[in-house]
Design a protein around this ligand. Structure first.
Ligand SMILES: [Zn+2]
Length: 396
């Protein structure tokens, strides 16, 4: 599972609790919910599955195998997301990072591709990675087992193969926000050239799957008395249903905003403040006298260096204002979202907050030409949606 820029306004992603650093230039973090899943996998392998499939070992051996398998499974999830992100980067999409959570992983992209072919490829490599890993673990299991399939190592490897195959196949189910839903959308878009229609058809297919899952959950509960299995299926169905609805709404919003560029929305020629001055000087020089709450900054050479926010200024203790330089507290340029004036405004939907407080700097030929705030975007969205809901006047 992963996200494109528009998708992120839907907030299905979970927050990152623990940073794991950078892999291949991509920031990776995880949410605690994933550790619960990892513990559950280790526990069920160590106390149930492994002792049954490979009997006669001490319980410590089962636990070691269970914990190692859980860690390798998390690494497999990461490989799935890295595949999405690596291909996305190679196709010119800006990748913000990967968060691993309860349902797998989320790759956060700061921009999106306008080519359905690229999008299909970026999506397909995730499940493909899981399927290949699944096959590799199965083959390894056969190789180390030498025909006898009851040793601890071959059984553990076979389980890792199974988990990865399930992950790959589950993600290919054509329902948003699963990879399969997005893949279906890209393929219809590729065939018809109509992105909005592709989104709404894929959303409808996703809804059918969601309703089937809900019906299955209810039937499991009513006819088989399986409360936990039933509740899980209904919950998952509801999740897929709301995801499909949101995806369709986002598609309509994209249609309403199509043709609007960054230049149409930006505040042109914002004041740029020097970053090699002290906080004290900045406060009395321009901050308090201005009605703005953020200030793009330039370095001593006049080059754009980042964004100064009120929050950063407030964090400086009063007695440190004389000694703290603005460049020490700005949100650096590589953490601020940037756009070109001619870019479609839909690229900026769902920009995450971060230290830039959701601001986008508009840059042309290395020069700052404008700034866009989250309220500019939400005003535009409200206007567009209001315009769309007015019924068309029938012409006589
Ligand atoms: Zn995926």
């Amino acid at each position: 599972m992963h996200c494109f820029a528009l998708w992120r306004i839907l907030r299905y992603e979970m927050n990152e609790n623990l940073s794991l650093g950078r892999i291949g230039g991509i920031h990776v973090g995880l949410n605690w919910s994933l550790l619960v899943i990892a513990a559950l996998i280790a526990w069920s392998l160590a106390t149930g599955i492994l002792p049954l499939s490979a009997p006669g070992q001490p319980s410590s051996a089962y636990w070691v195998a269970g914990v190692v398998a859980a860690v390798v499974y998390l690494a497999s999830l990461l490989a799935h997301e890295l595949a999405h992100s690596m291909v996305a980067m190679r196709r010119g999409v800006r990748v913000e990072g990967i968060t691993l959570w309860l349902f797998g992983g989320v790759s956060r992209f700061a921009s999106e591709t306008s080519s359905p072919g690229s999008q299909a490829l970026i999506i397909f490599v995730g499940p493909l990675t899981s399927l290949v890993l699944g096959a590799v673990f199965y083959l390894l299991s056969i190789a180390v087992g030498g025909g006898a399939q009851s040793g601890l190592l071959p059984v553990t490897l076979a389980w890792l193969g199974y988990l990865n195959l399930v992950l790959g196949v589950f993600n290919l189910v054509p329902a948003f926000p699963l990879d399969g839903g997005r893949l279906l959308q890209s393929l219809i878009w590729l065939r018809t050239g109509d992105r909005v229609r592709a989104t709404s058809v894929a959303a409808r297919v996703g809804m059918v799957f969601a309703y089937l899952l809900i019906a299955y959950g209810l039937a499991t509960f009513i006819f088989a008395g399986n409360l936990i299995g039933g509740v899980w299926a209904v919950f998952l169905g509801w999740f897929l249903l709301s995801a499909a609805r949101s995806e369709e709404a986002a598609g309509l919003l994209r249609q309403a905003l199509s043709g609007t560029t960054v230049a149409d929305v930006m505040t042109p020629n914002p004041v740029q403040a020097p970053d090699d001055t002290t906080v004290e000087n900045a406060l009395h020089g321009y901050v308090l006298a201005s009605r703005h709450s953020t200030f793009p900054t330039h370095d001593a050479g006049g080059r754009l260096s980042g964004l100064l926010t009120m929050a950063a200024l407030k964090n400086v203790a009063p007695d440190a204002r004389e000694t703290t330089l603005i460049k020490q507290i700005i949100c650096p340029l590589d953490s601020v979202s940037t756009a070109r004036p001619a870019d479609p405004i839909t690229n900026l939907l769902g920009i995450s907050e971060g230290c830039s407080e959701g601001r986008t700097l508009v840059v042309e030929d290395g020069r700052l030409v404008g700034i866009i705030s989250p309220s500019d975007i939400s005003r535009l969205v409200q206007r567009s949606l209001a315009g769309r809901s007015r019924a068309p006047v029938p012409s006589a």
